[in-house]
Design a protein around this ligand. Sequence first.
Ligand code: S3P
Length: 441
Amino acid sequence: MVQWFSAPVEKIKGTVNVPGDKSISHRALILSGLTLGNSLIKGLSTAEDVIKTKNSMEAFGVSFTTNLNNDLEVFGCGVGGLREPCDFLDLGNSGTSTRLIMGMSTTQPMTLHLSGDQSLRKRSMQALIHHLTNLGAQITAKSNYFLPLTITGTNFTLPSTHFIHPPSAQIKSALLLAALNIEGETTIIESQRTRDHTEIMLQNFGVPLHIETSETGQKIKLNGRCDLQKCTLSIPGDFSSAAFLIVAALLLPGSEITIEKVGINPTRIGLLSLLKKMGGKIILEHSQTISGEDQATIHVKSSKLKAITVPDSYVPITIDEYPILSIAAVYAEGTSIFHGLHALRNKESDRLTTLAHRLSQCGIKATITHDSLTIHGQSKRPYGGEIIDTSFDHRIAMSFLIFGMMTESGITLNEIDSIKTSFPNFIDTMNELGAEISCIT
Ligand code: S3P
């Protein structure tokens, strides 16, 4: 069996780019596919999850070509113009592809069969199924609301109001996509504000939204059955990918890195403010807004970190960054506590349990109380030497490769294939900066 080893290193240095934002890439493929006419996407992520969305949109009749600049030209079918796929859709590891496509299909008169890999087939679709059945979709899933599932949509849906709690950007986005083919005004209320890429992009495609934001969340109103206008989108680098590099540079003394053109949408960068509060030296430069999304160049210098207590209000804006934040906490002075992590249990693995187990395996004191994770910072480098089972979770895999760099004797992983789902060139990027991650057989 092939294993991967991350050796201890002194520091990392250099300037790099990260792949296009995965969340924005999914939305760009779907919304351009729902547009009549040609759209252009620049900087699309090459992650496997995104390829699953692209393949699915092709099955609905959308066509894509890559031009000489390596940008993607999309020939969409229009909101009501999708055709029923003739085979089941394989969504691989991608929960986002699954949920967004289910939302989109709910108001299309067609039947779809969806499945995915072993990990995706263990993720509950219960909350989404509840909302979409209220819109008239007929859904049959395996027990526990798992994939494979069959969904039959309808275009006779009446407009309605949806309250989303606990917060989920995927559910909000699925409902917004469904609303595009509903005559009249659909209202979506979020109990807490989540990433707003769908709202931003809908407006890029000329769909008017009425949004009321308050301290407790937001209310979005969308009038369906309007045409999407073709547009050109530029996708910034993925902050959730940059997060691994940022933490590695903070933790390894003498490190200094620059990451160019990274998305810094305020609904995504909880980790940035937490790391700064912990004492991280992180500077943003060249901020600009492109296709409605904020982006900047991020400079990071190694820093001595202090422990932090993170309230549950941070969950929606930090959701995918708890694995790498946990690695930062291992090297921070004091005890860190992260609250309100229930949503982590239904990610690519049960991330709350996986994190606590794998950290404990490495001799770090990490405990779960209800939905909170407590991590005791180490005063010296942990010894390392363990073989970590990633549970085929890309963010667990990348976090423990970073962890290995700070140990005395390195860390081995049972696989790294999962990393292709979000950051296909992660190993090359890290090694370019000075990491020593290699394959052992
Ligand atoms: C995503 C939203 C988040 C995040 C996921 C991607 C999205 O999930 O964890 O990786 O693209 O909308 P939630 O549905 O829990 O917000």
